[in-house]
Design a protein around this ligand. Structure first.
Ligand code: GLU
Length: 443
């Protein structure tokens, strides 16, 4: 068996019951196989064995008191996966599905994504199986403070810099940052996605969604096409989905659908973002409420958003939200491009369908890297004790996304898989990490 496949098999055996982590490793290692196996120096340096084993895993109890005075307990995690090219960097996710497998898959993906940004950031991820849905503001604060009361001793602006992810936005980052500052007596850039009054960067909120669309736009442009007059379906209705919709609309696309974990809305007139923002950001409500504002829109409970006919699909909800049948439906409906705003939203089988049918498919680690790239820009501004204008950050973000596209595309071509951006992203991300690890010796 080849070196790469051997490492994959052993890693699966050593980490049983972690299906999402297995899935992420399988995708990355199978596509890296020809590249790595042709270069024995990687095997000699044990690069893959080291890559699949996190440098450090933290798991801790998060006790907090709910509004009825009852003590509740959640599981907290931080996986510090790889620091070869910079401090650990990656978001914190609060969602009931969070478990070690999910944090490890996210952390593993993050290593490659962060490498692709060209910024000096390593890979990490954290979270808790806490469900923010329906919690009062005081309960959210209590939870965030308790979470940070353990995590603070493991992070720092040059060690590990968390940020938001599903269930963690500006409010939660604020509470966690405040508690970090209180415990350490240090005002430092230890978090990104901070509020603008205490060290946050302009355009960070928009960055993942905008970056996704900049990537998509560049990919289409280099294939003689554009987003103009295209119909797009965006899943999710969080931060990524909202700003992907906004930028796609600005570039001339009509976005006809959005979703949440309960169901999806279809608006033939095109999504009205002001309504979505009112529901999600102000009322913290459900997407079904959209039809109360827009009687023309149709709300459907449950799955099915990928059956809507579209040219462009932007999955921006969560992992494994798009399966083989969904992929086939998209292909049959004439979809030309699928770009992932979420982390690993397509199953391995769905990805196969896209590649087989020559759909332009951009994996999340390339297409959604604009968020973390802008986090690196926030770290840079914090270190310089300065702040850039929205336009400055946005221009840098655009440059970074175009660069990622070019690097991924040429790595794919060099590997003999033109337009296979899965292969391209994995090789381009891997090369830099591996070189840094080899230069630093057996650490
Ligand atoms: N959670 C985001 C991601 O998946 C952003 C992480 C960050 O900004 O550190 O990349």
């Amino acid at each position: 068996m080849s070196y790469t496949m051997n490492v994959l098999q052993k890693a699966k055996e050593r980490n049983p019951n972690e299906p999402e982590f297995h899935q992420a490793m399988t995708e990355i290692l199978t596509t890296l196989q020809p590249f790595v196996d042709a270069r024995p120096e990687y095997e000699n340096a044990g690069i893959l064995e080291r890559l699949v084993e996190p440098e450090r895993i933290l798991m801790f109890r998060v006790p907090w008191v709910d509004d009825n005075g009852k003590i509740r307990v959640n599981k907290g995690y931080r996986v510090q996966f790889n620091s070869a090219i910079g401090p650990y960097k990656g978001g914190i996710r609060f969602h009931p599905s969070v478990c070690l497998s999910i944090i490890k898959f996210l952390g593993f993906e993050q290593i490659f994504k962060n490498s692709l940004t060209g910024q000096p950031i390593g890979g990490g991820k954290g979270g808790a199986d806490f469900d923010p849905k329906g919690k009062s503001d005081r309960e959210i604060m209590a939870f965030c403070q308790s979470f940070m009361t353990e995590l603070f001793r493991h992070i720092g602006s040059d060690t590990d810099v968390p940020a938001g992810d599903i269930g963690v936005g500006g409010r939660e980052v604020g509470y966690m940052y405040g508690q970090y500052k209180r415990l350490t007596n240090r005002f430092e850039g230890v978090f990104t996605g901070k509020g603008l009054t205490y060290g946050g960067s302009l355009a960070r909120t928009e960055a993942t969604g905008y970056g996704l669309v900049y990537f998509t736009d560049e990919m289409l442009r280099q294939h003689g096409d554009s987003l103009k007059d295209k119909t797009a379906v965006v899943s999710g209705s969080g931060n990524v989905a909202i700003y992907a919709t906004k930028k796609a609309q600005q570039l001339g696309s009509k976005v006809v659908a959005l979703s949440d974990s309960n169901g999806y809305i279809y608006d033939v007139d095109g999504i009205d973002l002001a309504v979505v923002k009112e529901i999600k950001d102000v009322r913290r409500g459900r997407i079904s409420e959209y039809k109360n504002y827009k009687p023309n829109a149709v709300y459907t409970e449950g799955k099915g958003i990928w059956n809507i006919k579209c040219d462009i699909a932007l999955p921006c909800a969560t992992q494994n939200e798009l399966n083989e049948n969904d992929a086939e439906a998209l292909v049959n409906n004439g979809c030309i491009a699928v770009c992932e705003g979420a982390n690993m939203p397509s199953t391995l089988e769905a990805t196969e369908v896209f590649l087989r049918n020559k759909i332009l498919f951009a994996p999340g680690k390339a297409a959604n890297a604009g968020g973390v790239a802008t986090s690196a820009l926030e770290m840079c501004q914090n270190s310089m004790r300065t702040s850039w204008t929205f336009d400055e950050v946005d221009q840098k973000l655009k440059g970074i996304m175009v660069n990622i596209y070019n690097n991924v595309s040429s790595a794919a071509k060099e590997a003999g898989h033109e337009d296979n951006f899965v292969v391209g992203a994995n090789i381009a991300g891997f090369k830099k990490i591996a070189a840094a690890m080899m230069a630093q010796g057996a650490v």
